[in-house]
Design a binder for this molecule. Structure first.
Ligand SMILES: Nc1ncnc2c1ncn2[C@@H]1O[C@H](COP(=O)(O)OP(=O)(O)OP(=O)(O)O)[C@@H](O)[C@H]1O
Ligand SMILES: [Mg+2]
Length: 357
């Protein structure tokens, strides 16, 4: 009988210190034996954003306890674990180094294989924790640092169809919340207060909506929110601006996802499309409902990770570790932290002056 594989995952790329023990079961989905996430929201709240040095210090203070708790909660001994996976990038170098070093130390001490994981591959494969999804599928990755459409051809095989040319979607949510004084982290705050506003009250721009394929842009929308926010005199208008921002995002994602689906069909020659929406922003219910409508219209199947696997977590890192381990994609101990690490290394860099769309 084939042995079930069990991995310890560690995640410290930004402001969550996380560790998890995951086992792949016979249906090739995951048994989550433990999933510990310690968020640093309190530390960064007063600054309205993540402060790298504070985040790194908090990771250092917490990491041993979090890893130990994940192992204890799982009731699995270190001897029973087949490998250690830790996020190696992209992210804040000072933060990544904390998880990477402890992962390497545990691997060296226990003589287990070590894997340095691309955090974005963690997000990309995360719905597979609960549902087996055959490759290829179309991925909409919407998080704090990235907004991309990719073809996921297999583990370790990605083709980028489109990306943001300026801000990431999570960043746009966070900045909107900050401008409107709605709180931190911004995404959940904008979603919450939008319910009390009129989404049709403000007409906001939809940047590059009719050009540049399925590339995305949110900077112009953010500037428009800033301009309107200065004219606002009461809470009702504030909530309406948040609602109008979220509504505009949904119009953009609807149109661009439709284009991405078409490109996916052309490139893969597949008639049926599976769309996976992952990353922190995939927790947003209005975005889920909006893309659900689109998926019915164009007859594509849509998958989301469970809410606890949308934001940063180590379950998805352990899971990517298991998937890579099965393909013998094991790393050396000299794997280092990377601040930038695209899933498709051949994709053009889409930011900065001189960009032609
Ligand atoms: N309900 C929500 N609606 C909109 N945005 C949300 C929601 N919940 C979380 N977010 C946003 O998701 C982002 C965090 O996602 P995630 O943890 O995946 O990002 P990250 O790890 O910082 O970036 P990356 O994964 O690109 O490296 C934040 O910008 C947050 O505001
Ligand atoms: Mg993330």
């Amino acid at each position: 009988m084939k042995k079930e594989i069990t991995f310890l995952g560690i995640e410290t790329s930004c402001d969550e210190t996380a560790a998890a023990v995951i086992r792949e079961n016979k249906t090739e989905t995951a048994e989550v034996l433990s999933n510990v996430v310690s968020s640093q929201i309190k530390e960064h709240e007063v600054y309205g954003g993540v402060v790298p040095e504070l985040a790194a210090r908090a990771h250092m203070e917490n990491i041993e306890y979090i890893v130990d708790k994940a192992l204890r909660d799982s009731k699995v001994s270190l001897e029973e674990i087949d490998g250690i996976a830790a996020t190696a990038g992209p992210g804040l170098i000072v933060c990544l180094t904390v998880g990477l070093n402890i992962g390497k130390s545990i691997a060296a001490f226990s003589k287990k294989p070590f894997l340095g994981i691309n955090h974005l591959e963690g997000h990309a494969l995360s719905p597979g924790l609960e549902t087996k999804i055959e490759f290829p599928y179309l991925l909409l990755l919407i998080s704090g640092g990235h907004s991309q459409y990719l073809i996921v051809k297999d583990v370790n095989q990605y083709e980028q169809l489109g990306t943001t040319i300026d801000d990431a979607l999570g960043e746009a949510f966070d900045k909107t919340a900050k401008m409107l004084g709605l709180g931190f982290p911004g995404g959940p705050a904008v979603e919450k207060f939008s319910k009390f506003g009129d989404k049709n009250l403000f007409k906001l721009p939809e940047p590059i909506i009719n050009r540049a394929g399925c590339n995305l842009s949110f900077a112009g929308l953010k500037t428009a929110v800033l301009r309107e926010s200065k004219k606002i005199s009461n809470d009702k208008l504030k909530y309406s601006l948040a609602a109008s921002f979220q509504f505009t995002i949904n119009k953009i994602l609807y149109k661009k996802t439709k284009i991405a689906i078409k490109e996916f069909k052309n490139k893969t020659k597949k008639k049926e499309v599976k769309l996976v929406v992952a990353g922190g922003v995939a927790a947003n219910k209005s975005i889920r409902e909006n893309l659900e409508i689109l998926s019915k219209e164009v007859n594509c199947k849509i998958f989301y990770p469970d809410l606890k696997f949308c934001g940063d977590n180590a379950a998805m890192i352990a899971w990517a570790g298991i998937k890579r381990f099965k393909k013998k994609l094991i790393d050396d101990m000299d794997v280092s932290a990377k601040s930038r690490w695209p899933l498709d290394i051949n994709a053009p860099y889409m930011k900065g002056p001189g960009l032609k769309l």
